[in-house]
Design a protein around this ligand. Structure first.
Ligand SMILES: Cc1cc2nc3c(=O)[nH]c(=O)nc-3n(C[C@H](O)[C@H](O)[C@H](O)COP(=O)(O)OP(=O)(O)OC[C@H]3O[C@@H](n4cnc5c(N)ncnc54)[C@H](O)[C@@H]3O)c2cc1C
Length: 356
């Protein structure tokens, strides 16, 4: 059994409970240490892992996503010394990473962040309020986006440092197991060797890299979610007594399953296309990933919507898996770039050069 096999088996048993309680610290750390992001593997392998985790637990898949986002940002934009310092513990899951960009006044448009990195002798002084940091309650280090005198900048900030306070978030719509935190940074002294990439590159380069990697694993997680929803809906339709037969006797029910299956197959195809582009390192990989995340999140939203409908009250039950994925899928259409923004970006490419 591989680390991923055993994680999937554990998540299958516990995902409903984690959705209520949040992933326990020891589960987060054990999962991170099991090497879920497979950093030596290909994009195709990474996608497959994200799909398998996504098929059982969005929150666990989100751990892979955040670790991968921060790892990728350091790998691409860190100096040799920073890569040597950070990549081994992040890659081995010895450090849990958080990504702290969003603020109350800056979500989709992150250029509006108000968090500041002020000069403090040779160091920086960080102040600001970040919101919605996935696994913020567990993270050892956060990649923080802020404003410096020389432009938007990013730095790796230890959560144990003086001036860092994490406020737990409970009861959000989806990704309920992800131990989200709103984070206050109050005059936190940040040594200059924690700054990633030159000031001015924080959003356009560092955060852009992180979000691209985030979109990729979110997309595959959505394929897994959608696949599970079709399977759960089919199993229910075959057994749920309806009149003298079962639900699957109805043409309309079989039609719904057919539409959902087509959505899953199409979502998987765009994700495979993104995987190939990433493995071949072609310049269109960014756009292919954006498109894959948009399409797969839409598929997960519509397939889970139909699955809840088909299961009826069973889909609304507290421990319903399709119900959980219905909530999670909506969040996937908002994070890492909302659907409405992705549509415009894809539309721009259509106008510039045809259907991407
Ligand atoms: C469960 C969860 C986990 C999260 N985890 C993290 C995390 O780990 N780190 C982090 O930094 N953030 C995180 N976020 C925040 C998330 O990235 C933001 O919610 C997201 O970027 C959208 O920002 P916003 O909520 O401020 O919405 P807004 O920016 O206010 O947008 C609201 C809506 O307006 C529309 N809209 C906005 N801009 C445009 C546009 N240009 N064109 C057309 N329509 C537009 C879209 O429909 C959008 O959904 C998380 C959020 C949630 C819910």
């Amino acid at each position: 059994m591989t680390g991923v096999d055993s994680l999937v088996a554990t998540a299958e048993r516990n995902a409903a409970e984690w959705d209520e309680t949040g992933l326990p610290d020891e589960v987060v750390r054990a999962a991170a240490r099991s090497g879920i992001a497979m950093r030596d593997g290909s994009a195709t392998e990474l996608g497959s892992t994200a799909e398998r985790l996504g098929a059982v637990c969005t929150s666990l898949r989100s751990l892979l996503t955040v670790q991968e986002m921060v790892f990728a940002a350091v790998a691409k934009w860190g100096t040799a010394a920073q890569r040597e310092r950070w990549l081994p513990p992040l890659g081995a899951g010895e450090l849990i990473a958080g990504f702290a960009a969003t603020e109350s006044g800056a979500g989709t448009d992150l250029s509006a962040v108000a968090t500041t990195f002020d000069r403090n002798g040779p160091d920086l002084c960080l102040s600001g309020h970040k919101r919605w940091v996935t696994f913020g309650q567990v993270a050892d280090v956060m990649l923080v986006l802020g404003r410096s005198a020389d432009g938007l900048a990013t730095a790796l900030v230890d959560t144990s440092w003086q001036g860092v306070t994490v406020h737990p978030v409970h009861g959000q719509l989806g990704m309920r197991g992800t131990r989200i935190g709103h984070v206050v940074f109050e005059d936190v002294i940040v040594p200059s060797d924690r700054v990633l990439a030159p000031a001015g590159f924080g959003l356009s380069h560092v955060v852009a890299t992180a979000l691209d990697h985030g979109r990729y694993t979110v997309a595959w997680g959505c394929v897994g979610m959608a696949q599970t929803c079709v399977e759960d809906a089919a199993a229910h339709a075959l057994t749920r007594v309806h009149g003298s037969g079962v639900l699957s006797d109805l043409d309309s029910v079989r039609g719904e399953l057919g539409r959902s299956a087509a959505d899953v197959v199409a979502a998987r195809a765009v994700c495979e296309r993104a995987a190939r582009a990433r493995d071949e390192r072609v310049p269109t990989a960014l756009l292919a990933t954006l498109l894959a995340k948009y399409a797969a999140a839409a598929a997960a939203a519509s397939v889970s919507f139909r699955a809840v409908q088909l299961l009826g009250s069973a889909g609304c039950a507290p421990d319903s898996r399709v119900g959980r994925f219905f909530r999670d899928a909506k969040v996937m259409q908002i994070i890492e770039g909302p659907a409405a923004v992705a549509e415009v970006q894809i539309g721009d490419h259509v106008l510039a050069g045809g259907v991407p």
